[in-house]
Ligand binder design. Structure first.
Ligand code: GLN
Length: 486
């Protein structure tokens, strides 16, 4: 029997409008699902069940009044714990913010509340969004619903696992170097990183400000379009948000790929990519060709420097952003001393986990006098070269296609070397460096585990990516697969 939690947002929205179900029923079905499977999956840092039911009752009142409602009204969604929620703990997966309740909502949350969503909870993540497995959460690791011994990816692993396990109909995460696309790939979801500046970062706890973007996780392209539409747009409170008008994302889902030019970056077939991933992605590329797309190879010659440049730039920005956690302004504070410097030192020693400390040290080193030119400046030059690679490619192509992650979901504890973990993002990082948009969509299975297909688009071409994604879904059923009963 199809359970309510199996519905897509689009399907549930129709049933709500026809008054065949209520938002309270839909929400209760998700809260029950959370009670049943969350003890195994551990996707949430906080389940906001009372708030969810209150919001659901409010949504039902609006439906009863017959108001002209938003497509997300009454829809149960989960929010990564890096997005500020007024009066509700926003931990960032860190001891440092374990008891932090923001006095304001992120712009994205304001928009979602105006739309009338139901928030079922805040989701687990790698501490301060640093990681690719959710194992760097200070609280507990999240499990992949497709295999509970494996990681869901990260850093937005909780948001991905919640949707893959049917605990939320969609969710939001943040992507600085791949943290939406890689977990989407490992959990069989659509995960979209918008163009830099498309979505407000106001109230998104900063990791690397020139790279961070909030974006959606969904079970299909149409749902992803609805979730993106709800949060996109200019915001006066984020000086880097773009005034460019927002496209009609659902309107772009025409399903026709005739004449669409899609490039396959030669440099993205790197050693270390699992053969099962390579063969699934190659088969997907053939599918796109059959759908009428013109496929040809393209070169992005500076790809191989992407990871190195990212691991200078992101930690450099992080080291500056995280200097605010000094035990005075926010969160955890070491009080067992009357010495100010000792209090700050101990606050940071106990408040931050090992990966965060590693990044702060890397970043501080790269920015220090004498090393700035050798590291940070070089990395910024590489960033420009990577951006130019993409600009040239998008003169010839509407989109690019590649694997989203070099591997399927790996076992929890399997990757202990930080550098090996950093390589998880080899295909996703260049898009953040260049500020372009990207999406991972369900692209089949290897040894029973999901493989993600990455589509990259030029700035503000989210509509093109969603159009390709929906055309691909029309001829595949990967996105309809559910993990075996948990
Ligand atoms: N895995 C990458 C990192 O650890 C990207 C994280 C992210 O996108 N937030 O930095």
């Amino acid at each position: 029997m199809t359970e309510l939690y199996h519905l897509s947002i689009t399907e549930a929205g129709e049933l709500l409008r026809q008054k065949k179900i209520s938002s309270v029923e839909l929400t209760q079905a998700h809260l029950e699902r959370i009670r049943a499977v969350e003890p195994k999956v551990k996707a949430f840092t906080l389940v906001t069940d009372e708030l969810a039911l209150e919001q659901a009752r409010e949504a039902d009142k609006r439906f009863a009044r017959g108001e002209n409602l938003h497509p997300l009204t009454g829809i149960p969604l989960a929010i990564k714990d890096v997005i500020a929620t007024k009066g509700i703990a926003t931990t960032c997966g860190s001891r440092m913010l374990e008891n932090f309740k923001p006095p304001f909502d992120a712009t994205v949350m304001e928009k979602l509340h105006d739309a009338g969503i139901v928030m079922v909870g805040k989701t687990n993540m790698d501490e301060f969004a640093m990681g690719s497995s959710t194992e760097h959460s200070a609280f507990f690791p999240t499990k992949n619903p497709w295999d509970l011994d494996r990681a869901p990816g990260g850093s937005s692993g909780g948001s991905a696992a919640a949707v893959a396990a049917g605990m939320a109909m969609g969710s939001y995460g943040s992507d600085t170097g791949g943290s939406i696309r890689q977990p989407a790939s490992l959990c069989n979801l659509v995960g979209l990183k918008p163009t830099y500046g498309r979505v407000s970062r106001f109230g998104l706890v900063a990791f690397a400000s020139s790279l961070d973007q909030i974006g959606p996780f969904a079970r299909n392209a149409r749902d992803a379009a609805l979730l993106l539409q709800a949060i996109a747009g200019h915001d006066e409170r984020d000086a880097t948000s773009s005034p460019q008008s927002v496209q009609d994302y659902t309107g772009a889902l025409t399903g026709d790929l005739k004449g669409m030019r899609i490039g396959v970056p030669e440099e993205y077939w790197v050693e270390g990519t699992q053969p099962g991933v390579v063969s699934a992605v190659k088969a997907n590329i053939e599918r796109l060709r059959e759908l009428g797309a013109e496929i040809s190879p393209v070169s992005l010659p500076h790809t191989k420097y992407g990871v190195a440049a990212y691991y200078i730039i992101a930690p450099a920005e992080a080291s500056a952003n995280l200097s605010r956690y000094d035990g005075v302004k926010y969160g955890f504070s070491y009080r067992d001393t009357s010495e100010m410097w000792e209090a700050m030192e101990k606050t940071r020693e106990y408040g931050f986990g090992p990966e965060v400390k590693r990044r702060i040290m890397l970043g501080t080193y790269a920015l220090s006098a004498g090393y700035y030119d050798a590291y940070y400046k070089q990395a910024e030059k590489v960033r420009t070269l990577i951006t130019q690679d993409f600009s040239r490619a998008f003169e010839q192509f509407d989109a690019l296609v590649s694997p989203a992650s070099p591997t399927v979901a790996f076992k929890l504890g399997e990757i202990s070397d930080p550098y090996q973990m950093y390589l998880q993002d080899v295909f996703t990082i260049p898009a953040n460096l260049a500020g372009i948009c990207g999406v991972s969509i369900p692209g089949g299975f290897s040894e029973g585990l999901p493989v993600g297909l990455q589509l990259l688009g030029n700035v503000f071409k989210e509509d093109t990516l969603l159009k390709i994604a929906s055309a691909f879904e029309a001829v595949t059923d990967y996105h309809k697969q559910w993990p075996a009963e948990l």
